[in-house]
Design a protein around this ligand. Structure first.
Ligand code: SAH
Length: 365
């Protein structure tokens, strides 16, 4: 079947999705991209929502074999921002009119950490409340697997979105890239708990993992749909030299390019299938290609997360090598982002939370 024929179907099967992912010729890929862009315009419009990204700590109890801030990496200097520093960063986001912030860190489940996150949420809400933001900035959390009780505490403190990537839905592959105590089922349970609590929930996967097939990625997309998630954040897998996977597999420029192209096709397919969700164009895309995030927008993404982590800490939040925007200041990232988004003919929705329409549409039905 041709790409056009697949795209004209009402529902896409696993094989259909895998075939779309295998499209290589520029003409075929352009047909896919255009369909995704049209679907985006029809369902969510052309606005881009911003979330100021605060990577507030790299302490982590997990030991993911791909991640540069894994527990066992002793070459990383560990840090945690003070609650005041987090609030200052959020105030900057309000000044830039981003509407929302994302608080991201390594995984920790101790009470001290949980209380700290709650203080950050409440502090941000209080410090950013204004005529413009009667309820303060929107807050997305990305602080890993927690109990339902903890998720409820975070929600009650005022956070309302949560990102937790499933990383891959293939159980064998999941167990190859994580230590035994980290379980795929636990991730799925956590995603269900987040929904139960009332969060707008986002998930995603790494793309181009060693051993990952196009069928695996097709299953991932179908998982997103079956979980009825509101947001998607995905990006290419990138090596980090201080990790088991970074050491084990060689990554050539050609492989990186392949992962990049595959990531763009994944964004397009998610847009076509999931329609009214928010899809982030992630930093990892820009690591491979200088205009990677703009490309993500062209393939149907509608969210960008400009860095507002205080500059001196950025170099210690290296999930993978060559992460961009490490030495810039927040104001530079701000103007750079405006230029990048304008360069692909899109405009920014300033001063709004920018909730995924999918969440609202779901509640209306
Ligand atoms: N501890 C939090 C935040 C982790 S970092 C959590 O587990 O949710 C956020 C994401 O970065 C991870 O979910 C993973 O998908 C991605 N990531 C980590 N290492 C990476 C690598 N080497 N290449 C690409 N993405 C990576």
């Amino acid at each position: 079947m041709s790409i056009e024929e697949i795209l004209s179907k009402d529902t896409l099967s696993r094989d259909d999705i895998a075939q779309l992912l295998s499209a290589e010729s520029p003409e075929e890929v352009e047909i896919l991209r255009r369909k995704a862009y049209e679907t985006m315009l029809e369902n969510v419009g052309d606005k881009v929502y911003l979330r100021g990204l605060i990577e507030f700590s790299n302490y982590c109890v997990n030991d993911c074999y791909y991640c540069g801030i894994r527990r066992s990496n002793s070459n990383t200097e560990r840090y945690i921002l003070s609650v005041e520093q987090v609030i200052e960063a959020a105030k900057l986001a309000a000044e830039f009119d981003y509407g929302s912030v994302v608080l991201q860190s390594g995984d920790r489940r101790d009470n001290q950490f949980i209380d700290y996150v709650i203080s950050c949420i409440k502090g941000i809400k209080e410090a950013t409340r204004s005529e413009k933001y009667p309820e303060g900035l929107g807050i997305t959390l990305c602080v890993g697997e927690q109990t339902e009780e903890t998720y409820r505490k975070f929600f009650e403190a005022g956070a309302h979105r949560y990102l937790l990537r499933i990383e891959t839905t293939n159980p064998d592959l999941f167990s190859k890239i994580h230590p035994q105590e980290q379980r795929l089922e636990a991730r799925i349970e956590a995603l269900n708990a987040l929904k139960q609590v009332g969060f707008q929930v986002g998930t995603g996967v790494m793309i181009g993992l060693p051993g990952q097939t196009l069928d695996d990625l097709a299953d991932d997309v179908l998982f997103f749909r079956n979980m009825d998630v509101d947001m998607i954040g995905m990006g290419p897998y990138l090596p980090h030299n201080d990790t088991p996977m970074g050491k084990q597999y060689e990554t050539t420029e050609e492989i990186k390019q392949w992962r990049f192209n595959l990531s763009l096709k994944m964004i397009a397919i998610c847009r076509i299938l999931l329609k009214d969700v928010n899809i982030a164009s992630t930093t990892a895309l820009q690591t491979i290609h200088p205009t990677g995030r703009e490309e993500g927008l062209r393939y149907g993404a509608n969210v960008i997360m400009p860095q507002i982590t205080p500059t001196e800490y950025r170099k210690n939040y290296m999930l993978y090598e060559d992460k961009p925007c490490v030495s810039e200041f927040a104001a530079e990232c701000h103007s750079c982002m405006q230029m990048r988004i304008a360069s692909v003919g899109r405009s920014i929705a300033y001063g709004v939370w920018g909730d995924p329409l999918h969440f609202r549409n779901k509640q209306r039905n």
